[in-house]
Structures are given as C-alpha cells and as structure tokens.
Ligand binder design. Sequence first.
Ligand code: ATR
Length: 275
Amino acid sequence: MTQIPRAGVIGNPIAHSLSPKLHSYWLNRYGLEGSYTALKVTEDELEKTLRELPSQGFIGANVTIPHKVNVMQFADQITDRATLIGAANTLIFKDDGRIFADNTDGYGFMANLRQGAPDWNPKAGPAAIFGAGGAARAIIVALADAGVPEIIISNRTRPKAEALRDDFGARISVIDWVQADKMLEDANTVINTTSLGMVGGQDFKVPLDNLRKDAVVTDIVYNPLKTPFLMAAEKRGCITVDGLGMLLHQGVPGFERWFGKRPEVDEATRQAVLS
Ligand code: ATR
C-alpha cells in the first residue's frame, strides 16, 4: 500500500498559520491525495523532528518563525536564493533521506506584486523599503533580481539596514528612520516589511506626504488586509497590493514539488483562506 503524501508547516507558535487552510484547499480543489498540517516544534525539537518526519510519510514541509534560519544547518542541498537570503521556508525530503531547502518568500512577494499591479515596471525607478528583518532580506534579493536600479532601506534599528547594504551591495542605500519619509520622493515601488499596522500592534506613523501618486505600494502585513499604510497610499491615488497574496504565492513552489500540481492563486484561493 502506498502512503498518502504528507506535508506541513513547522513553527512555534503555529496555531494561527494560514498555510494548512491554503494547502488543504488546493489538495481538495485538484482532487489530490495528501494532507497538510500545522506542526508545533520548539527549537530544541527541530533536528529530531526533521529526521523523523520522512518516516511518518512526510515528503516536505514549510518552515516559519522561529526556524527559518536554523533549519539551514540541517539541509543537505540549498538553493542559491535560500543561500543568498540566509533562510529557508520550504523543505523537500528526498527518498534517500536528504533534505533540500529553498526560500520562496521573494518569489511569493514578486508574484503577488505582478498579479496585483500588472503594469508595475521594476526598472522604472528606486524601491523604498521600511524594515530590515527576514522578510526585507528576501524581498531585496527578489527586487534586485527583477532589475530594480536602486533600493533605499529605512529601519528603526539602523545597523540592521546597514548590514543588509553590506551584504547586498552598491545598489542599496540607507536612510535614518526619523527621515524615512525622504526615501519616498523618487520611489516608484514602496514596501512595508515591518510589523507596523498589524492588528493589535503599533501604528505605522511615517508621514506619506512625499509618496508619489504613480508609486506601487505594498505591505507584507495582511491582517488587516487593508492596512492604514495601504489605505493612505490608496487615498493618494497609488496602486496598492495587499500582503495576503505573498503568503499564498510563496506556497506555490512547495505544493507543486510535493503534490505534483502547480496550484492557482486566484480569488477563490483568497476566499478559501480568509473563510
Ligand atoms: P520578519 O521576518 O517578518 O521581517 P523580523 O525579522 O522580526 O520579522 O523584522 C521585523 C521588522 O519590523 C524589523 O525591521 C523591525 O525593526 P527593528 O529591526 O528595529 O526591530 C520592524 N519593527 C517591529 N516593530 C517596530 C516598531 N515598533 N517600530 C519600527 N519598526 C518596527
């Protein structure tokens, strides 16, 4: 008897992850045999869990906070983009026991932006990024890859933005957090990668008066879907793209590798995850 392929998302906390809903919806939509569950795993348990999962029928997993960086040390093969980002969010367990690690966050970011703003031209001008955490890293790699000529970063903790500049080179400049609004003057792509604006969290307070009306503006926060940052940008006439699509699109490469079908990210997918 062949085992039903299993996949899941490894993290801690994990109860609020939307990934089980997403992958279960896709499995159901395409009539595929398989399962996808949330796996609460502490840092101490990470290695043991990774070694045990294949024998329990797991063919792969997504990885989320706090394991995205740590998981790299247990991987036998790592994609170039995961190496560059220094973190992985998608694992494939090979038949011979080896672990293959990829990072699809940048892909998810870019696919979401292209879907939500089809006329967006990465080469048209600088991108301005609020934040310098793990998500910013993946997004910078993706933007540079897409040909964005200049990337300006502003982060509350300036040395973290400078570290990104040191890692990713000449195309990047850093602006102090108290002057963050200055980077909006020329930017035709503007991205919030901080947690500001999330339900229950602190507000995004950087003034947006310098935001260009022809800028494409996106947020990685998706709860609420329309953050105050996106609302303010929309009011100025900018094209805005919410952050839910990044989460949905980052799941595509993993699902395709595990279950053999490239899934669609469309309105029905969004509704399934939001229901
Ligand atoms: P992720 O992996 O989602 O990027 P992270 O690595 O914890 O998460 O990064 C969170 C980002 O939100 C950081 O840029 C953080 O700024 P600091 O580097 O100064 O911590 C930013 N952030 C979180 N809370 C913030 C706040 N109250 N004001 C400004 N920036 C904040």
